[in-house]
Ligand binder design. Sequence first.
Ligand code: SF4
Length: 352
Amino acid sequence: MSTTKLAALAGTALKNNFTSLKRPYKLSFCITYKCQSRCLTCNIWQIKPTNELSTDEIRKFAEKNNYFKWVQLTGGEPFLRSDIVEIARAFSDSCKNLYIMTMPTNSLCSADVITKNVEEILKLGIPKVEVTVSLDGYRELHDKIRGIPGNYDRAIAIFKRLIELKSRYPNLGMVFGYTMSKFNQGQFEKTYQEVKKDIPSIRYNDFHINLAQTSENYYKNESDDIRQSSEEAVKEITYVLSKRESELGIIPTLEKAFLKNLITFAKTGKSPMKSKALDASLYLDSWGNVFPSIMWNRKIGNVRETDYSLISIWDGSEAQQVRKDVRDGREPDQWTSCEAYQTLTGNVTKLF
Ligand code: SF4
């Protein structure tokens, strides 16, 4: 069953090398903008959202758009939604070829709540469930960047609970998500060594690196000065890449290619390749607004106005115009994990 779903995902991603897709296979979905953090790199926590999509609305959306093979739930803090398992179930029930579901956490809900919800999601039978635990520095640094005393210790505690859960659910994967910014410039190795003391089995491969970026429609931090210096970013990503153990398999191959292209992006500030926005993927916010990606503030519709179906938005003239803009190189420069993986699998010749 899981092999069939993997084959369906791989087949669609490969097909996207030769042709545009009729329907997207990856959904990036911000299920809530609620967040109890106080990050220096992101302003989502300042939003006090109301009227976000309800469980019933999300269920309807999943039923009407049942072609997703990859669902990325994000936030805010996704575990602040008490119905997160029901949301996962809605996609798992409706999307028969759903292979992978991912979600981040800032570790600020209780460890019991996060672990219990992850376990319930694992029980749904989705072949791969990946949790990214945010960690931007060693103890004092992470707590300073996140603005929450004790956040580092909570992240370590959650990661340990996930390691324990993985012994019972091999379909669980977890990484630390490390966002490089001007606030933690040059501090990756010190962070790694501190984590190693707390989790001796940790490897460099267990860290996923992102560069802090700005966006109007997602991070709401378009005028903030948060980026690491280009030189320092190149140096530090190159270092992380050199420390990774080589591993076979599609995920390690993608991760390596992601990092190599992240170096290019850090050097040039330009997207390393044209994205697959509104071809393989889309970004849906918690009010039902549809965007090409989290980095592109260009709303193309709202599913509350289409009875939760994406079809008329996806096939509409605004979406066609966006696709033309991508082809003509008029999309914002970015290289984020939300967009990079489907872009890489849709450009396999650039994977190695
Ligand atoms: S980066 Fe994550 S944890 Fe921090 S404010 Fe933004 S959504 Fe919240």
